[in-house]
Each structure stands twice: as C-alpha cells, then as structure tokens.
Ligand binder design. Structure first.
Ligand code: GLU
Length: 269
C-alpha cells in the first residue's frame, strides 16, 4: 500500500459525495442498481462504527424526469421547482434502501448562507453531532429551492467540502464518472494518465483540471479541485474516484491506489 494512503484506513468520520451522472441514467431516471450498491457500502461502513454522511445530487434531474419535461430546465425558478419535486423522490429511495439494511437516515438541506452565518452554522454542527450520536446517516443536498447561488454558479462538490469542514471529517470522497484527475482529457487524449497523488494543489494542478474535463453533472473536474483545495486547506484528505466501480469505497478505505488522493495541505510555519 502506498505510504500516503495509510491515513485512509483510519478515517472514522467520512463524507461521500455522489454526482448526478453516477446516480441517474441518461433518461433522467434513477440508476437504482448503482444506488443500491452505494447504499449497501455506506450501510456497511456505518455497521463498522464509522460515521458517514452522504452528499447527494440528482434532485433537479429526477424532478425534471418525473414531470416529463424534456431537456434540462433553463430558468432558475424552473430548476428550483424541479429540485423541490426531485428531492422528495431521492429521499424516498434512500429511506427505503437504507431501511432494508436497518439504517436510519436524515435529510439535511443547506445553503451557503447557512455556512456563512455563525448561528446557523453552529445549529447545523449540533444537528450533525446529535444524528451521529443516534447512529443516523445524514443525507445532505443544497437547499436548491431557496439557493440561487448553487444553481447559477455553485455545485455539490463545494457543498461536500463545506460539510466535511463543518463536521471536521477525517476524509472526503468525491465520486464521479471519471477515475480521478488525469494529466490530460482521457476522452480525447490517449496519452492521458491518472494522477494518483496530489500533495499540494498548485496552479499547475488547477490548470490540469480545467483542461481535463469531468462528469456530466453541474461540476466538472475543476469544481472538484476547488472543493479539494478547500477541504485539504482545512487538513481533510480528499479522494476523487469513479463511482461506477461498485467496490470503490472499500478499495479507498483499504488504502488501495484508486482515484486521486489529495493530501492535507502543508501547514504554514
Ligand atoms: N443540488 C443539485 C441537485 O440535487 C445538484 C448540483 C450538482 O450536481 O452539483 O440536483
């Protein structure tokens, strides 16, 4: 096992973010097979005594598909309405499948405003900690119905980093439909190779991400790098890996060299 990966084996409090392209089919309907595997793996981690948080996307796409609209909604108010429809559907599915493994889940919807406001921030921390104490798995999404920020500029990659910082997680895992950070876009460049380890998110790494493309959801690789930067600056390691691999969480936590590991950034001084 690579030496740097040893820290992953000890991670106790883990945030796992899964994007729309991993959770849904191209039809906009839920990819139940993939969700079942993900839920089973998270339930298994919870059974091992780990504290897990799922940051889920997919509300807008699923809501859009439920009302039978074709294509992505364009206006902000349409996106917000689709999120309001889809969020309930998402939670219904998570509640059902986690329930099959006797896991209790809780819905937490946050906006950037909650993170920025000291009092709301502390309330959120208290809620997470109370849920952990009850052995409940929090399922987080942006509160899209009121947050124009995310829909216009933001993404759940950043949300997942903020959640990881909020609960002082030991690890943030961002699951995407790509194996990790590549040296070039692997879809157009056959010489592209996976970068297994990033010790410092330099400008060079940032540039790599903007040219390397990413998943089909809101955030590409560059939003993942921004999220990784925020988390690693807060001393939280981040792994970006492929959510299409059913064994991915187990492999990451076993310290296997999968995905890209971003190490906590070196402390000043
Ligand atoms: N919060 C959005 C949703 O649930 C997704 C945002 C993202 O994919 O980053 O549909």
């Amino acid at each position: 096992m690579p030496r740097e990966r040893k820290i992953l084996q000890d991670a106790q409090r883990i945030v796992v973010k899964v994007g729309t392209s991993t959770l849904t089919h191209e039809t906009g309907k839920l990819n139940l097979g993939r969700i079942e595997v993900l839920v089973r793996e998270l339930a298994n981690l919870s059974n091992q005594g780990k504290e897990v948080v799922l940051v889920t996307s997919g509300a807008i796409v699923v809501g859009t598909s439920r009302v039978g609209l074709s294509g992505r909604p364009r206006t902000t108010k349409e996106k917000q309405a689709m999120a309001a429809i889809g969020q309930g559907i998402l939670m219904q599915v998570y509640e059902k499948i986690f329930g099959e493994y006797s896991c209790v889940v809780a819905q937490i919807l946050l906006t950037k405003a909650d993170i920025d406001n000291g009092k709301r921030y502390r309330n959120a921390v208290n809620t997470f900690n109370t849920l952990f104490g009850l052995n409940v798995i929090p399922i987080v999404n942006e509160n899209d119905t009121v947050a124009v920020d995310e829909i216009e500029f933001g993404d759940n990659d950043s949300l997942s980093a903020q959640v990881a910082l909020l609960i002082a997680a030991d690890l943030l895992v961002i699951l995407s439909d790509i194996d990790g950070l590549y040296t070039a876009d692997p879809r157009s460049n056959t010489d592209a190779t996976l970068v297994p380890l990033v010790t410092n998110i330099t400008e060079e790494v940032e540039n790599l991400a903007s040219s390397a493309g990413g998943d089909l959801g809101v955030g590409g690789m560059s939003t993942k790098i921004i999220a990784a930067k925020a988390a690693t600056e807060g001393q939280i390691p981040v792994v970006v890996a492929n959510g299409n691999n059913p064994a991915i969480l187990r492999q990451i936590l076993a310290g296997e060299e999968v995905g890209t590991l971003f190490l906590p950034s070196p402390k000043d001084g």
